[in-house]
Design a protein around this ligand. Structure first.
Ligand code: SF4
Length: 504
């Protein structure tokens, strides 16, 4: 999962992209980068600048580098690694300067190793540094560069290039791309698995455009008329601000359900529906399950932060006290930088503090957004029991995740998933809870108000052909081992950059 932002127009596009990325920080914290275009000094024409750094957008020197830049075209990326290792060269945007094209991508291309077999034969398709990058995002750029290399950059040629990508690439992709002449374009895979939005605003000289993963990044920058890029659609903004959109490939819409449950910001809206409302309804659906079971409890406690809205709804529905008594220490280092599984588990204890007096003797409903590998849930159950709770029921606002994701969330291996190999009774025993209640599939669809969803990790039924996924998953395992994960951690339990360790 990653966040992308792009701007065409105005006079400080790089700075605006930086601010947009700060609003998408939740989508990726491994690193960030900005590609921008400005007049070449002492020459006519444009020149690219590219700046990248590991870690959070607001840390490091990215801000210092871009904030005084006067430019009208830029795009940026926040990275959450799901392909490739931690090296800075894996950070996006990617640029093939020779062909005047750069790109940032959110999603995963399941068959990227097969694309690589073909594209790597073309020795001209290299980064500006001359290097080849084994990354699915780079394969998208190489495919675009291959078809746009003759610099015939009218909108028809761009739509054709996007069509060539859609024919070759299988998986999820929301993409923004910038050409050396100032043309900005974006596109979304034919199922619309990952989100993408565009918007406009009146500028001093022309209409200005923005493209971003979530509407909050665009509204923050003063854009209006925020519109979803439709599944399979490409949009092109010419250097002088002419806008064109075209559906390139139409397939059934299958938006990732996890965007609603966990990933997107609660202030975002998709298709006119707010993420906040959906999370609230997820809580009500959970409440219905609790009522059907005739379960009695004393307090409802959210696991900070994502589950708070669902927990409020659950408490209201059941007329139970809502208590925020698992308190997060905001200043503990992110768990992923710790170098062993034991350290990471200790880090959860250092990040979350129970207010023991509130748990003592109580029957507790602990609400989390989801249970993936179970590491956080196991630790929390332990903390709550240690604090004297008489009963611990874990509730997951998401149905049980039993199958891998190949589309941009980092759990490509079924063996790592708690529900991938245990039934509900065994999950309770594994987590040390009295019971575990998962959202139903019907409750999820009802809360979101749509069946146009990818539910691959819940049902094992994926929107695209995942016949090549074994190769993808094997490559990811190698990446993770090279990042320093022990084999047992990679195959069995917590992944340092997993959703379980990314609560912030
Ligand atoms: S498999 Fe699951 S996490 Fe992955 S895109 Fe589909 S719904 Fe989202």
């Amino acid at each position: 999962m990653c966040g992308i932002v792009a701007i065409s127009g105005g006079s400080c596009a790089s700075s605006e992209v930086l601010l947009g990325l700060m609003n998408l920080q939740h989508r990726g914290q491994d690193g960030a980068g900005i590609l921008s275009l400005s007049k070449k000094e002492n020459a006519t024409g444009n020149g690219f600048h590219i700046d990248k750094q590991s870690g959070l957008v607001s840390l490091g020197d990215l801000e210092d580098k871009v904030r005084h830049r006067k430019d009208s075209f830029a795009l940026g990326h926040t990275r959450y690694a799901t392909v490739g290792g931690d090296a800075v060269e894996m950070l996006q945007p990617f640029l093939i300067e020779k062909f005047g094209i750069g790109l940032a991508h959110n999603g995963n291309i399941v068959n990227f190793l097969d694309m690589e077999d073909e594209l790597s034969r073309d020795s001209a398709l290299r980064l500006s540094s001359g290097r080849w990058v084994l990354s699915d995002s780079f394969m998208l750029l190489a495919q675009l560069a291959r078809t746009l290399r003759w610099r015939d950059w009218n909108s028809g040629a761009i739509f054709d290039a996007v069509r060539s990508v859609m024919r070759k690439a299988s998986g999820s992709y929301s993409v923004v791309s910038l050409l050396e002449n100032g043309t900005l374009f974006g596109f979304r895979d034919p199922h619309g698995i990952r989100p993408l939005f565009w918007a406009s605003r009146a500028g001093e000289e022309r209409t200005e455009y923005g493209i971003a993963s979530e509407p909050v990044a665009l509204s923050y920058l003063g854009f209006e008329n925020i519109t979803e890029v439709r599944a399979g659609e490409a949009i092109v903004v010419s250097p002088d601000g002419q806008f064109e959109a075209r559906i390139i490939d139409e397939k059934p819409v299958k938006q990732c359900m996890f965007e609603w449950v966990y990933f997107s910001r609660v202030e975002s809206e998709f298709g006119g529906k707010s993420v906040y409302d959906v999370r609230f309804r997820l809580g009500i659906e959970l409440g219905k399950r609790v009522k059907e079971m005739g379960l009695e409890a004393d307090i409802v406690v959210p696991v900070p932060e994502t589950s708070r809205v669902s927990a409020i709804a659950l408490a209201e529905y059941l007329s139970l006290p809502f208590r925020e008594v698992l308190v997060k220490n905001r200043y503990v280092n992110r768990t992923f930088i710790l170098d062993s599984q034991t350290s990471r588990q200790e880090a959860i204890r250092r990040k979350l503090f129970p207010i023991a007096s509130e748990f003592k003797g109580k029957r507790c409903l602990i609400v989390d957004d989801s249970i993936v590998r179970g590491n956080t849930a196991r630790q929390i159950t332990h903390l709550v029991r240690e604090s004297g709770a008489s009963e611990v029921t874990l509730l997951s606002a998401c149905p049980s995740i039993s199958y891998p994701c190949f589309y941009g969330i980092d759990f490509p291996d079924k063996a790592e998933l708690l529900a991938g190999h245990l039934d509900n009774e065994a999950i309770c025993a594994e987590l040390g809870a009295d019971r575990v209640i998962f959202q139903s599939l019907e409750g999820l669809s009802s809360a979101i108000g749509s069946n146009d969803l990818c539910t691959g990790c819940l049902t094992g039924s994926y929107p695209t052909d995942v016949a090549l996924a074994d190769r993808f998953a094997a490559k990811r395992k190698v990446d993770r081992l090279s990042e320093g994960e022990s084999p047992s951690v990679v195959s069995n339990a917590s992944k340092s950059k997993s959703k379980d360790s990314r609560r912030s």
